[in-house]
Design a protein around this ligand. Structure first.
Ligand SMILES: CC(C)(COP(=O)(O)OP(=O)(O)OC[C@H]1O[C@@H](n2cnc3c(N)ncnc32)[C@H](O)[C@@H]1OP(=O)(O)O)[C@@H](O)C(=O)NCCC(=O)NCCS
Length: 328
């Protein structure tokens, strides 16, 4: 009997219908399709309507993942939701999802690890499952970042989009599932990527509103350089911990922030771009949702087969970063 692993048995994702193209953005701020595409690889992003929140997209993704897994919501022991754009500061958006889907036997909580939230969630799910403390865990990454973007700041508003992705995990003894998980943080990065106001450091006031402090603020260049280093390190750790080589990886699914970050990471770890999944041209950076959306699209497109070695790698605010290697 082989060791117990946490296996993904269902996936789902949800994106809003509204599309905002680079040309649309050039009507709002001083930018162009050419600038955005050459600097980031993004062509368009999905934007939620005024009535749609993070938990709405998360609920849709969760229901699709449960259906794909063939289990009922009341079988879930835990719902972990990674997000930087929750419905409210509290309660957790995971609790809203729990109520929406009727997961009455589940503990539900959010993780604040920005773009790394889904991989942090997978790591926690793995711990609970392999220790025997949970049988069915739902991990979600969901964001409506468009509502915390300053559409007067061209250096941030062109980068991000909305969406959600979800995975159901359960114990397996067939050798399939999570082989390694690695998560790290560097709190010094809080200075380069943050939403300054609306918490207890700078509570909402007329002044914070006027200074546009309730939006994402970012020093793009600092984030860029750190991301390439950290995602390279996290991929290398996944290979070391699984005793595999770059050539053994069937598909690398990196956080979809910027094509130049992805290409630089792939080059560092010597994985050719034809083994790297990219969909950021369609969705932009959906933060915690980017990896589960990409994972589900990769599977739907037949890019992942049974037995494949799939490596997920993320980087985001915190700073936070990590990797998860999966035998599919
Ligand atoms: C944001 C990012 C695309 C900027 O690309 P860059 O090549 O570093 O560009 P710079 O920041 O050096 O800016 C170059 C110029 O373009 C301008 N610029 C910035 N955004 C622009 C836009 N949307 N359209 C046109 N010009 C823009 C800048 O004002 C600057 O002009 P200046 O030289 O006159 O001051 C890049 O730094 C990046 O992707 N960083 C990582 C961001 C990220 O992914 N964060 C999330 C991680 S999870």
């Amino acid at each position: 009997m082989s060791e117990i692993k946490a296996q993904i048995i269902g996936l789902g994702h949800s994106v809003p219908e509204g599309i905002l193209t680079n040309d649309d953005l050039s009507q709002i701020v001083d930018t162009s399709d050419e600038w955005i595409y050459t600097r980031t690889g993004i062509r368009q992003r999905r934007i939620a309507d005024a009535n749609t929140s993070t938990s709405d997209l998360a609920t849709d993704a969760a229901q699709k993942a449960l259906k794909d897994a063939g289990i009922r919501a009341d079988q879930l022991d835990m719902i972990i939701l990674g997000t930087a754009s929750p419905d409210m500061v509290f309660p957790a958006s995971a609790c809203v999802v729990q109520d929406n889907i009727g997961a009455k036997n589940a503990a539900a909580f959010d993780i604040s690890a920005a773009c790394s939230g889904f991989l942090y969630g997978l790591s926690i799910a793995r711990g609970f499952i392999t220790s025997g403390m949970a049988t069915y865990v739902l991990v979600i990454g969901a964001e409506v970042l468009s509502k915390i973007l300053n559409f007067e700041d061209r250096s941030t508003c062109v980068l991000f989009g909305d969406g959600a992705g979800a995975a159901v995990l359960t114990p397996s003894e067939n050798g399939k599932g999570v082989l390694s998980s690695f998560i790290r943080s560097d709190g010094a990065g809080a200075r380069s990527l943050n939403m300054p106001a609306g918490g207890t450091r700078r509570p909402t006031s007329p002044e914070t509103l006027e200074k546009r402090l309730h939006y994402i603020h970012m020093a793009g260049n600092d984030v860029f350089k750190y991301a390439v280093r950290a995602m390279g390190e996290a991929t290398r750790v996944a290979l070391e911990e699984t005793g595999t080589k770059a050539s053994d990886v069937d598909l690398l699914i990196p956080h979809q922030a910027n094509i130049r970050i992805i290409e630089a990471t792939a080059k560092r770890v010597k994985i050719p771009m034809d083994k790297v999944f990219v969909n950021l041209d369609q969705y932009g950076n959906t933060s915690a949702a980017s990896i589960p959306i990409a994972l589900n699209e990769a599977r739907q497109q037949g890019r992942i087969q049974s037995g494949d070695l799939v490596v997920l790698v993320a980087f985001g605010g915190g700073y936070s970063w990590g990797s998860v290697a999966i035998r599919w």
